[in-house]
Design a protein around this ligand. Sequence first.
Ligand SMILES: Cc1cc2nc3c(=O)[nH]c(=O)nc-3n(C[C@H](O)[C@H](O)[C@H](O)COP(=O)(O)OP(=O)(O)OC[C@H]3O[C@@H](n4cnc5c(N)ncnc54)[C@H](O)[C@@H]3O)c2cc1C
Length: 498
Amino acid sequence: MPEQVSPEGLATRAAEKHVVVIGGGIGGLIAARECAKVGMRVTVLEAADALGGAIRRAELDGVVVDAGAESFATRGGHVRALLAELGLEDRIVAPAAGGAWLSGIPGVGAAPLPIGGILGIPANPFQDDVRRIIGWSGVWRAYLDRIRPPLTIGHSHSLGRLVSSRMGAKVRDRLVAPVTTGVYSASPEDVDVDIAAPGLNAALTTAGSLSGAVQALRDEGAARAAKAPGSAVEGLEGGMAGLVDAVVADLAQLGGEVRTGAKALSVARSGTGWAVVAELAPDAAAAEAEEEAATEAMTADAVIVATSETVARSLLADAVPALAATEAAAAPEIEIVTLLLEAPALDAAPRGTGVLTVPGSHTAKALTHSSAKWEWVRRAAGERHVVRVSFGAQGEPAATARLDEEGAARLALAEASALLGVPLAEDALVAAHRARFVQSQPASIIGSAERREAARAAIRAVPGIAAVGAWLSGTGLAQVIPDAAEESDRLRHALLWD
Ligand SMILES: Cc1cc2nc3c(=O)[nH]c(=O)nc-3n(C[C@H](O)[C@H](O)[C@H](O)COP(=O)(O)OP(=O)(O)OC[C@H]3O[C@@H](n4cnc5c(N)ncnc54)[C@H](O)[C@@H]3O)c2cc1C
Protein backbone atom coordinates (compact mmCIF):
# COMPACT_ATOMS: atom_id res chain seq x y z
CA MET A 1 0.00 0.00 0.00
CA PRO A 2 1.45 3.41 -0.92
CA GLU A 3 1.74 5.75 2.04
CA GLN A 4 -1.21 8.18 2.35
CA VAL A 5 -0.05 11.78 2.73
CA SER A 6 -2.18 14.91 2.36
CA PRO A 7 -1.00 17.66 -0.03
CA GLU A 8 -0.32 19.85 3.03
CA GLY A 9 1.68 17.05 4.59
CA LEU A 10 3.74 16.71 1.43
CA ALA A 11 4.36 20.44 1.23
CA THR A 12 5.59 20.44 4.83
CA ARG A 13 7.76 17.41 4.14
CA ALA A 14 9.29 19.12 1.09
CA ALA A 15 9.93 22.40 2.94
CA GLU A 16 11.85 20.49 5.62
CA LYS A 17 14.33 19.14 3.08
CA HIS A 18 17.52 21.01 2.28
CA VAL A 19 19.29 20.19 -0.97
CA VAL A 20 22.78 21.50 -1.67
CA VAL A 21 23.72 21.65 -5.35
CA ILE A 22 27.44 21.88 -6.06
CA GLY A 23 28.12 23.60 -9.39
CA GLY A 24 26.12 26.40 -10.97
CA GLY A 25 26.47 25.38 -14.61
CA ILE A 26 23.28 24.66 -16.53
CA GLY A 27 23.09 21.11 -15.11
CA GLY A 28 23.25 22.30 -11.50
CA LEU A 29 20.84 25.17 -12.09
CA ILE A 30 18.24 22.92 -13.71
CA ALA A 31 18.58 20.38 -10.88
CA ALA A 32 18.23 23.15 -8.28
CA ARG A 33 15.14 24.53 -10.01
CA GLU A 34 13.48 21.10 -10.10
CA CYS A 35 13.97 20.69 -6.34
CA ALA A 36 12.86 24.25 -5.59
CA LYS A 37 9.71 23.71 -7.70
CA VAL A 38 8.33 21.28 -5.12
CA GLY A 39 9.14 23.62 -2.25
CA MET A 40 12.44 22.17 -1.08
CA ARG A 41 15.06 24.51 0.36
CA VAL A 42 17.87 24.70 -2.16
CA THR A 43 21.38 26.15 -1.97
CA VAL A 44 23.57 26.28 -5.07
CA LEU A 45 27.33 26.59 -4.50
CA GLU A 46 29.29 27.89 -7.48
CA ALA A 47 33.07 28.19 -7.26
CA ALA A 48 33.39 30.87 -9.95
CA ASP A 49 32.15 34.40 -9.57
CA ALA A 50 29.54 33.88 -12.28
CA LEU A 51 26.93 31.21 -12.97
CA GLY A 52 26.50 29.24 -16.16
CA GLY A 53 29.76 27.22 -16.39
CA ALA A 54 30.34 26.52 -20.10
CA ILE A 55 27.59 29.02 -20.94
CA ARG A 56 29.22 32.37 -20.35
CA ARG A 57 29.51 35.81 -21.87
CA ALA A 58 32.38 37.62 -23.54
CA GLU A 59 32.35 41.39 -23.63
CA LEU A 60 34.41 42.94 -26.40
CA ASP A 61 34.42 46.72 -26.61
CA GLY A 62 30.76 46.78 -25.56
CA VAL A 63 29.71 43.90 -27.83
CA VAL A 64 28.39 41.04 -25.71
CA VAL A 65 28.41 37.55 -27.21
CA ASP A 66 28.63 33.95 -26.03
CA ALA A 67 32.15 32.90 -25.04
CA GLY A 68 31.24 29.20 -24.69
CA ALA A 69 28.09 27.35 -25.79
CA GLU A 70 26.36 29.42 -28.48
CA SER A 71 23.55 27.17 -29.68
CA PHE A 72 21.57 24.05 -28.84
CA ALA A 73 20.59 20.94 -30.77
CA THR A 74 16.87 20.96 -31.53
CA ARG A 75 16.81 17.13 -31.20
CA GLY A 76 14.32 15.97 -28.59
CA GLY A 77 12.79 19.46 -28.24
CA HIS A 78 13.93 19.68 -24.58
CA VAL A 79 15.83 22.95 -24.78
CA ARG A 80 13.10 24.67 -26.77
CA ALA A 81 10.51 23.48 -24.24
CA LEU A 82 12.58 24.91 -21.39
CA LEU A 83 13.04 28.22 -23.22
CA ALA A 84 9.28 28.37 -23.80
CA GLU A 85 8.60 27.64 -20.12
CA LEU A 86 10.89 30.53 -19.21
CA GLY A 87 9.19 32.93 -21.65
CA LEU A 88 12.17 33.04 -24.07
CA GLU A 89 10.58 31.28 -27.05
CA ASP A 90 10.32 34.44 -29.12
CA ARG A 91 14.09 34.95 -28.80
CA ILE A 92 14.93 31.60 -30.43
CA VAL A 93 16.79 32.11 -33.72
CA ALA A 94 18.16 29.91 -36.49
CA PRO A 95 21.74 30.26 -37.75
CA ALA A 96 22.40 31.61 -41.25
CA ALA A 97 22.46 28.96 -43.96
CA GLY A 98 25.94 30.04 -45.15
CA GLY A 99 27.58 26.65 -44.73
CA ALA A 100 31.05 25.90 -43.41
CA TRP A 101 34.46 25.48 -45.05
CA LEU A 102 37.31 23.07 -44.66
CA SER A 103 40.89 24.30 -44.37
CA GLY A 104 44.28 22.60 -44.45
CA ILE A 105 43.49 20.20 -47.30
CA PRO A 106 46.83 18.97 -48.70
CA GLY A 107 47.51 20.52 -52.11
CA VAL A 108 44.18 22.38 -52.07
CA GLY A 109 44.10 24.67 -49.05
CA ALA A 110 40.51 25.62 -48.31
CA ALA A 111 37.23 24.55 -49.88
CA PRO A 112 33.55 24.57 -48.92
CA LEU A 113 32.46 21.58 -46.84
CA PRO A 114 30.61 19.43 -49.38
CA ILE A 115 26.87 19.48 -49.13
CA GLY A 116 24.77 16.37 -48.73
CA GLY A 117 26.97 14.27 -46.45
CA ILE A 118 26.62 12.86 -42.95
CA LEU A 119 29.50 13.56 -40.53
CA GLY A 120 31.50 14.45 -43.63
CA ILE A 121 30.86 11.09 -45.36
CA PRO A 122 29.76 11.91 -48.91
CA ALA A 123 26.68 10.39 -50.53
CA ASN A 124 28.36 10.73 -53.92
CA PRO A 125 32.17 10.76 -54.14
CA PHE A 126 31.98 12.04 -57.73
CA GLN A 127 30.28 15.27 -56.66
CA ASP A 128 32.47 18.24 -57.69
CA ASP A 129 32.82 19.66 -54.17
CA VAL A 130 33.95 16.23 -52.88
CA ARG A 131 36.39 15.61 -55.73
CA ARG A 132 37.98 19.00 -55.15
CA ILE A 133 38.93 17.87 -51.64
CA ILE A 134 39.94 14.23 -52.09
CA GLY A 135 41.22 14.34 -55.70
CA TRP A 136 40.59 11.74 -58.37
CA SER A 137 42.58 9.03 -56.56
CA GLY A 138 40.43 9.59 -53.47
CA VAL A 139 37.26 9.52 -55.57
CA TRP A 140 38.08 6.18 -57.21
CA ARG A 141 39.08 4.68 -53.86
CA ALA A 142 35.80 5.93 -52.37
CA TYR A 143 33.93 4.45 -55.34
CA LEU A 144 35.15 0.96 -54.36
CA ASP A 145 32.55 1.23 -51.60
CA ARG A 146 29.85 0.94 -54.29
CA ILE A 147 31.18 -2.32 -55.65
CA ARG A 148 32.43 -4.11 -52.53
CA PRO A 149 29.94 -6.36 -50.76
CA PRO A 150 28.58 -4.51 -47.73
CA LEU A 151 29.28 -7.17 -45.16
CA THR A 152 32.98 -7.74 -45.78
CA ILE A 153 33.82 -5.74 -42.65
CA GLY A 154 30.83 -6.72 -40.55
CA HIS A 155 29.21 -4.33 -38.11
CA SER A 156 31.66 -1.57 -37.21
CA HIS A 157 31.45 0.62 -34.11
CA SER A 158 34.34 2.86 -35.05
CA LEU A 159 33.36 5.58 -37.49
CA GLY A 160 36.97 5.99 -38.60
CA ARG A 161 37.41 2.31 -39.30
CA LEU A 162 34.12 2.05 -41.13
CA VAL A 163 34.89 5.03 -43.35
CA SER A 164 38.49 4.10 -44.14
CA SER A 165 37.65 0.49 -44.93
CA ARG A 166 34.74 1.40 -47.20
CA MET A 167 35.80 4.70 -48.75
CA GLY A 168 39.50 5.10 -48.02
CA ALA A 169 41.82 7.20 -45.88
CA LYS A 170 41.29 10.43 -47.82
CA VAL A 171 37.57 10.48 -47.04
CA ARG A 172 38.34 9.73 -43.40
CA ASP A 173 41.18 12.23 -43.00
CA ARG A 174 40.01 15.13 -45.16
CA LEU A 175 36.23 15.00 -44.82
CA VAL A 176 35.28 13.10 -41.66
CA ALA A 177 38.14 13.93 -39.25
CA PRO A 178 37.63 17.73 -39.51
CA VAL A 179 33.96 17.23 -38.57
CA THR A 180 34.55 14.88 -35.62
CA THR A 181 37.43 17.02 -34.32
CA GLY A 182 35.42 20.21 -34.69
CA VAL A 183 32.19 18.83 -33.26
CA TYR A 184 33.32 16.19 -30.75
CA SER A 185 36.98 17.17 -30.17
CA ALA A 186 37.73 13.54 -31.09
CA SER A 187 39.30 11.45 -33.82
CA PRO A 188 36.92 9.49 -36.11
CA GLU A 189 38.44 6.25 -34.77
CA ASP A 190 36.94 6.98 -31.32
CA VAL A 191 33.46 7.92 -32.52
CA ASP A 192 30.71 5.31 -32.20
CA VAL A 193 28.82 5.15 -35.51
CA ASP A 194 25.61 3.90 -33.93
CA ILE A 195 25.37 6.90 -31.64
CA ALA A 196 26.78 9.62 -33.89
CA ALA A 197 24.80 8.46 -36.95
CA PRO A 198 21.97 6.20 -35.76
CA GLY A 199 20.71 3.94 -38.53
CA LEU A 200 23.84 4.23 -40.69
CA ASN A 201 25.04 0.69 -40.07
CA ALA A 202 21.58 -0.73 -40.77
CA ALA A 203 21.22 1.40 -43.91
CA LEU A 204 24.60 0.13 -45.09
CA THR A 205 23.28 -3.40 -45.10
CA THR A 206 20.12 -2.38 -46.97
CA ALA A 207 21.71 0.03 -49.43
CA GLY A 208 24.76 -2.15 -50.07
CA SER A 209 27.29 0.68 -49.66
CA LEU A 210 28.25 3.39 -47.20
CA SER A 211 27.62 6.23 -49.64
CA GLY A 212 24.26 4.66 -50.49
CA ALA A 213 23.48 4.47 -46.77
CA VAL A 214 24.33 8.17 -46.38
CA GLN A 215 22.00 8.97 -49.28
CA ALA A 216 19.20 6.85 -47.78
CA LEU A 217 19.50 8.55 -44.39
CA ARG A 218 19.63 11.98 -46.01
CA ASP A 219 16.43 11.18 -47.95
CA GLU A 220 14.78 10.05 -44.73
CA GLY A 221 15.93 13.22 -42.96
CA ALA A 222 14.66 15.37 -45.82
CA ALA A 223 11.28 13.67 -45.64
CA ARG A 224 11.16 14.30 -41.88
CA ALA A 225 12.24 17.92 -42.32
CA ALA A 226 9.53 18.46 -44.93
CA LYS A 227 6.99 17.41 -42.31
CA ALA A 228 8.58 19.44 -39.50
CA PRO A 229 10.92 22.04 -41.02
CA GLY A 230 13.64 23.62 -38.87
CA SER A 231 17.38 23.60 -38.45
CA ALA A 232 19.34 21.06 -36.41
CA VAL A 233 20.65 23.75 -34.09
CA GLU A 234 19.19 26.99 -32.87
CA GLY A 235 20.44 29.87 -30.80
CA LEU A 236 19.08 32.60 -28.59
CA GLU A 237 18.97 36.26 -29.56
CA GLY A 238 21.37 38.00 -27.18
CA GLY A 239 23.22 34.74 -26.47
CA MET A 240 22.70 31.45 -24.66
CA ALA A 241 23.73 33.21 -21.43
CA GLY A 242 20.16 34.57 -21.50
CA LEU A 243 18.99 31.05 -20.67
CA VAL A 244 21.17 31.02 -17.55
CA ASP A 245 19.81 34.42 -16.47
CA ALA A 246 16.24 33.19 -16.88
CA VAL A 247 16.80 29.94 -14.94
CA VAL A 248 18.55 31.86 -12.15
CA ALA A 249 15.70 34.40 -11.97
CA ASP A 250 13.13 31.63 -11.84
CA LEU A 251 15.10 29.79 -9.17
CA ALA A 252 15.19 32.98 -7.07
CA GLN A 253 11.41 33.31 -7.45
CA LEU A 254 11.07 29.78 -6.17
CA GLY A 255 13.10 30.71 -3.10
CA GLY A 256 16.38 29.01 -4.12
CA GLU A 257 19.61 30.45 -2.77
CA VAL A 258 22.59 30.85 -5.08
CA ARG A 259 26.10 31.54 -3.82
CA THR A 260 28.91 32.37 -6.21
CA GLY A 261 32.55 32.33 -5.12
CA ALA A 262 31.70 29.26 -3.00
CA LYS A 263 33.88 26.29 -3.86
CA ALA A 264 32.81 22.98 -2.33
CA LEU A 265 35.76 21.19 -0.75
CA SER A 266 34.16 18.05 0.66
CA VAL A 267 30.97 16.04 1.05
CA ALA A 268 30.76 13.70 4.04
CA ARG A 269 28.07 11.73 5.80
CA SER A 270 26.59 13.51 8.83
CA GLY A 271 23.86 11.72 10.77
CA THR A 272 21.10 10.83 8.32
CA GLY A 273 22.22 13.54 5.92
CA TRP A 274 25.38 15.15 4.58
CA ALA A 275 27.87 17.82 5.56
CA VAL A 276 29.27 20.01 2.81
CA VAL A 277 32.28 22.22 3.43
CA ALA A 278 32.84 25.14 1.08
CA GLU A 279 35.58 27.70 0.71
CA LEU A 280 34.19 31.19 0.30
CA ALA A 281 36.05 33.64 -1.91
CA PRO A 282 36.94 36.75 0.10
CA ASP A 283 34.86 39.84 -0.65
CA ALA A 284 36.61 42.89 -2.08
CA ALA A 285 37.51 44.35 1.33
CA ALA A 286 38.86 41.04 2.63
CA ALA A 287 40.82 40.49 -0.58
CA GLU A 288 42.32 43.96 -0.20
CA ALA A 289 43.40 43.10 3.35
CA GLU A 290 44.84 39.82 1.95
CA GLU A 291 42.69 37.79 4.32
CA GLU A 292 42.60 34.03 3.80
CA ALA A 293 39.51 32.47 2.25
CA ALA A 294 36.95 31.46 4.89
CA THR A 295 35.33 28.06 4.96
CA GLU A 296 31.75 27.25 5.85
CA ALA A 297 30.12 23.94 6.71
CA MET A 298 26.46 23.29 5.93
CA THR A 299 24.24 20.30 6.37
CA ALA A 300 21.93 18.89 3.75
CA ASP A 301 19.39 16.10 3.38
CA ALA A 302 20.68 15.56 -0.12
CA VAL A 303 23.58 16.72 -2.28
CA ILE A 304 23.58 17.05 -6.06
CA VAL A 305 27.06 17.27 -7.55
CA ALA A 306 26.99 19.16 -10.86
CA THR A 307 30.65 19.83 -11.62
CA SER A 308 33.13 18.41 -14.13
CA GLU A 309 34.00 14.73 -13.82
CA THR A 310 37.36 15.27 -12.09
CA VAL A 311 35.89 17.50 -9.39
CA ALA A 312 32.82 15.28 -8.96
CA ARG A 313 34.95 12.17 -8.51
CA SER A 314 37.08 13.88 -5.88
CA LEU A 315 34.08 15.35 -4.00
CA LEU A 316 32.27 11.98 -4.02
CA ALA A 317 35.29 9.85 -3.10
CA ASP A 318 34.05 9.25 0.47
CA ALA A 319 30.29 9.32 -0.14
CA VAL A 320 30.42 6.99 -3.16
CA PRO A 321 33.53 4.81 -2.78
CA ALA A 322 32.28 2.49 -5.55
CA LEU A 323 32.86 5.33 -8.01
CA ALA A 324 36.60 4.70 -7.76
CA ALA A 325 36.10 1.34 -9.46
CA THR A 326 34.54 2.96 -12.55
CA GLU A 327 36.58 4.28 -15.45
CA ALA A 328 37.09 8.03 -15.82
CA ALA A 329 36.90 9.56 -19.30
CA ALA A 330 39.53 11.80 -20.83
CA ALA A 331 38.40 15.42 -20.83
CA PRO A 332 40.47 17.72 -23.04
CA GLU A 333 41.04 21.30 -22.00
CA ILE A 334 40.05 23.62 -24.77
CA GLU A 335 40.26 27.34 -25.21
CA ILE A 336 38.15 29.73 -27.21
CA VAL A 337 39.52 33.10 -28.19
CA THR A 338 36.83 35.49 -29.39
CA LEU A 339 37.98 38.39 -31.53
CA LEU A 340 36.26 41.64 -32.43
CA LEU A 341 37.71 42.71 -35.75
CA GLU A 342 37.66 45.81 -37.89
CA ALA A 343 38.04 43.94 -41.18
CA PRO A 344 35.92 44.96 -44.19
CA ALA A 345 37.39 41.97 -46.08
CA LEU A 346 35.15 39.79 -43.91
CA ASP A 347 31.94 41.57 -44.97
CA ALA A 348 31.45 39.03 -47.75
CA ALA A 349 31.83 36.11 -45.29
CA PRO A 350 34.66 34.51 -47.31
CA ARG A 351 34.39 31.20 -45.45
CA GLY A 352 30.64 31.08 -44.80
CA THR A 353 29.70 30.65 -41.15
CA GLY A 354 32.97 29.03 -40.13
CA VAL A 355 35.88 26.74 -40.83
CA LEU A 356 36.78 23.21 -39.76
CA THR A 357 40.39 22.12 -40.09
CA VAL A 358 42.05 18.94 -41.27
CA PRO A 359 43.74 17.67 -38.07
CA GLY A 360 47.43 18.58 -37.96
CA SER A 361 47.14 21.29 -40.61
CA HIS A 362 46.57 24.32 -38.36
CA THR A 363 47.21 25.25 -34.74
CA ALA A 364 43.53 26.10 -34.29
CA LYS A 365 40.90 23.37 -34.33
CA ALA A 366 38.00 25.36 -35.76
CA LEU A 367 36.69 28.85 -36.31
CA THR A 368 33.22 30.32 -36.17
CA HIS A 369 32.48 33.56 -37.99
CA SER A 370 29.83 34.48 -35.44
CA SER A 371 28.70 37.69 -37.08
CA ALA A 372 28.11 35.75 -40.32
CA LYS A 373 26.40 32.87 -38.50
CA TRP A 374 24.04 34.83 -36.23
CA GLU A 375 22.10 37.86 -37.39
CA TRP A 376 21.86 39.19 -33.81
CA VAL A 377 25.67 39.14 -33.48
CA ARG A 378 26.00 40.97 -36.80
CA ARG A 379 23.66 43.68 -35.52
CA ALA A 380 25.50 43.91 -32.18
CA ALA A 381 28.90 44.18 -33.90
CA GLY A 382 27.77 46.90 -36.35
CA GLU A 383 30.43 47.40 -38.99
CA ARG A 384 32.82 45.04 -37.22
CA HIS A 385 33.12 41.25 -37.10
CA VAL A 386 33.07 38.67 -34.35
CA VAL A 387 35.15 35.54 -34.90
CA ARG A 388 35.72 32.66 -32.45
CA VAL A 389 38.86 30.58 -32.76
CA SER A 390 38.96 27.24 -30.87
CA PHE A 391 42.11 25.50 -29.74
CA GLY A 392 42.72 22.03 -28.28
CA ALA A 393 41.14 18.62 -28.77
CA GLN A 394 41.40 15.10 -27.43
CA GLY A 395 45.09 14.28 -27.01
CA GLU A 396 46.14 17.73 -28.25
CA PRO A 397 46.57 20.51 -25.67
CA ALA A 398 45.36 23.97 -26.70
CA ALA A 399 48.25 25.81 -28.35
CA THR A 400 47.17 28.95 -26.49
CA ALA A 401 47.45 27.28 -23.06
CA ARG A 402 51.06 28.28 -22.57
CA LEU A 403 50.56 31.88 -23.79
CA ASP A 404 49.57 35.02 -21.91
CA GLU A 405 46.42 36.92 -22.94
CA GLU A 406 48.22 39.04 -25.49
CA GLY A 407 50.05 36.07 -26.99
CA ALA A 408 46.82 34.07 -27.19
CA ALA A 409 45.05 36.96 -28.96
CA ARG A 410 47.93 37.32 -31.41
CA LEU A 411 47.96 33.61 -32.22
CA ALA A 412 44.17 33.59 -32.63
CA LEU A 413 44.42 36.55 -35.01
CA ALA A 414 47.09 34.80 -37.11
CA GLU A 415 45.01 31.62 -37.20
CA ALA A 416 41.87 33.56 -38.10
CA SER A 417 43.74 35.18 -40.97
CA ALA A 418 44.94 31.78 -42.24
CA LEU A 419 41.56 30.10 -41.81
CA LEU A 420 39.52 32.91 -43.31
CA GLY A 421 41.97 33.43 -46.17
CA VAL A 422 42.26 37.19 -45.66
CA PRO A 423 45.17 39.24 -44.31
CA LEU A 424 44.38 40.45 -40.79
CA ALA A 425 46.97 42.92 -39.53
CA GLU A 426 47.30 43.61 -35.80
CA ASP A 427 45.42 46.89 -36.14
CA ALA A 428 42.34 44.93 -37.29
CA LEU A 429 42.03 43.61 -33.74
CA VAL A 430 39.66 45.78 -31.69
CA ALA A 431 39.34 43.47 -28.67
CA ALA A 432 39.92 39.86 -27.67
CA HIS A 433 38.47 37.56 -25.01
CA ARG A 434 39.88 34.22 -24.00
CA ALA A 435 38.04 31.48 -22.12
CA ARG A 436 39.19 28.06 -20.89
CA PHE A 437 36.96 25.02 -20.63
CA VAL A 438 37.12 21.35 -19.81
CA GLN A 439 35.28 19.49 -22.56
CA SER A 440 33.33 16.54 -21.17
CA GLN A 441 33.18 13.47 -23.31
CA PRO A 442 30.44 13.48 -25.95
CA ALA A 443 27.95 10.62 -25.75
CA SER A 444 29.08 9.38 -29.16
CA ILE A 445 32.58 8.30 -28.09
CA ILE A 446 33.08 4.52 -28.07
CA GLY A 447 32.65 3.14 -24.55
CA SER A 448 31.11 6.39 -23.24
CA ALA A 449 27.67 4.87 -22.57
CA GLU A 450 29.15 1.99 -20.54
CA ARG A 451 31.38 4.35 -18.54
CA ARG A 452 28.53 6.73 -17.81
CA GLU A 453 26.14 3.94 -16.84
CA ALA A 454 28.66 2.42 -14.44
CA ALA A 455 29.28 5.77 -12.75
CA ARG A 456 25.56 6.47 -12.58
CA ALA A 457 24.82 3.10 -11.02
CA ALA A 458 27.47 3.65 -8.32
CA ILE A 459 26.07 7.10 -7.49
CA ARG A 460 22.41 6.07 -7.54
CA ALA A 461 23.15 3.30 -5.05
CA VAL A 462 23.81 5.94 -2.36
CA PRO A 463 20.58 7.50 -1.05
CA GLY A 464 20.62 11.29 -0.80
CA ILE A 465 23.33 11.71 -3.44
CA ALA A 466 22.87 12.54 -7.10
CA ALA A 467 25.17 13.77 -9.83
CA VAL A 468 24.27 15.59 -13.02
CA GLY A 469 26.12 17.35 -15.82
CA ALA A 470 27.79 16.68 -19.12
CA TRP A 471 30.17 13.96 -17.88
CA LEU A 472 27.12 11.80 -17.09
CA SER A 473 24.63 12.88 -19.75
CA GLY A 474 27.07 13.41 -22.63
CA THR A 475 28.13 16.90 -23.63
CA GLY A 476 25.62 19.40 -25.09
CA LEU A 477 22.64 21.30 -23.76
CA ALA A 478 20.16 18.95 -25.42
CA GLN A 479 21.63 16.15 -23.28
CA VAL A 480 22.51 17.95 -20.03
CA ILE A 481 19.17 19.72 -19.54
CA PRO A 482 16.71 16.79 -19.74
CA ASP A 483 19.12 14.50 -17.88
CA ALA A 484 19.51 16.96 -14.98
CA ALA A 485 15.73 17.33 -14.74
CA GLU A 486 15.24 13.56 -14.74
CA GLU A 487 17.95 12.86 -12.19
CA SER A 488 16.74 15.52 -9.77
CA ASP A 489 13.19 14.21 -10.15
CA ARG A 490 14.50 10.81 -9.05
CA LEU A 491 16.24 12.39 -6.05
CA ARG A 492 13.33 14.55 -4.92
CA HIS A 493 10.94 11.61 -5.21
CA ALA A 494 13.20 9.51 -3.01
CA LEU A 495 13.54 12.37 -0.50
CA LEU A 496 9.78 12.72 -0.19
CA TRP A 497 8.74 9.08 -0.23
CA ASP A 498 11.58 6.83 0.96
C1 LIG B 1 33.57 25.83 -25.45
C2 LIG B 1 32.31 25.05 -25.42
C3 LIG B 1 31.33 25.29 -26.37
C4 LIG B 1 30.16 24.56 -26.34
N1 LIG B 1 29.19 24.83 -27.27
C5 LIG B 1 28.03 24.19 -27.17
C6 LIG B 1 26.96 24.54 -28.04
O1 LIG B 1 27.09 25.43 -28.86
N2 LIG B 1 25.79 23.86 -27.91
C7 LIG B 1 25.62 22.89 -26.95
O2 LIG B 1 24.54 22.31 -26.85
N3 LIG B 1 26.60 22.56 -26.11
C8 LIG B 1 27.79 23.20 -26.20
N4 LIG B 1 28.77 22.87 -25.33
C9 LIG B 1 28.52 21.87 -24.31
C10 LIG B 1 27.68 22.44 -23.17
O3 LIG B 1 27.96 23.79 -23.01
C11 LIG B 1 27.98 21.69 -21.90
O4 LIG B 1 27.78 20.30 -22.12
C12 LIG B 1 27.12 22.14 -20.71
O5 LIG B 1 27.01 23.54 -20.64
C13 LIG B 1 27.74 21.56 -19.46
O6 LIG B 1 26.98 21.93 -18.34
P1 LIG B 1 27.36 21.34 -16.92
O7 LIG B 1 26.42 21.97 -15.94
O8 LIG B 1 27.44 19.88 -16.97
O9 LIG B 1 28.87 21.79 -16.62
P2 LIG B 1 29.56 23.20 -16.51
O10 LIG B 1 28.90 24.18 -17.37
O11 LIG B 1 31.00 22.93 -16.70
O12 LIG B 1 29.30 23.62 -15.00
C14 LIG B 1 29.99 23.09 -13.91
C15 LIG B 1 30.09 24.19 -12.87
O13 LIG B 1 30.63 23.65 -11.66
C16 LIG B 1 31.45 24.65 -11.08
N5 LIG B 1 32.34 24.00 -10.12
C17 LIG B 1 33.40 23.20 -10.38
N6 LIG B 1 33.97 22.80 -9.23
C18 LIG B 1 33.24 23.32 -8.22
C19 LIG B 1 33.31 23.22 -6.80
N7 LIG B 1 34.27 22.52 -6.17
N8 LIG B 1 32.38 23.88 -6.06
C20 LIG B 1 31.41 24.61 -6.66
N9 LIG B 1 31.31 24.73 -8.01
C21 LIG B 1 32.20 24.09 -8.78
C22 LIG B 1 32.15 25.25 -12.28
O14 LIG B 1 32.71 26.50 -11.95
C23 LIG B 1 31.02 25.33 -13.28
O15 LIG B 1 30.33 26.54 -13.21
C24 LIG B 1 29.97 23.58 -25.34
C25 LIG B 1 30.95 23.33 -24.39
C26 LIG B 1 32.11 24.06 -24.42
C27 LIG B 1 33.15 23.80 -23.38
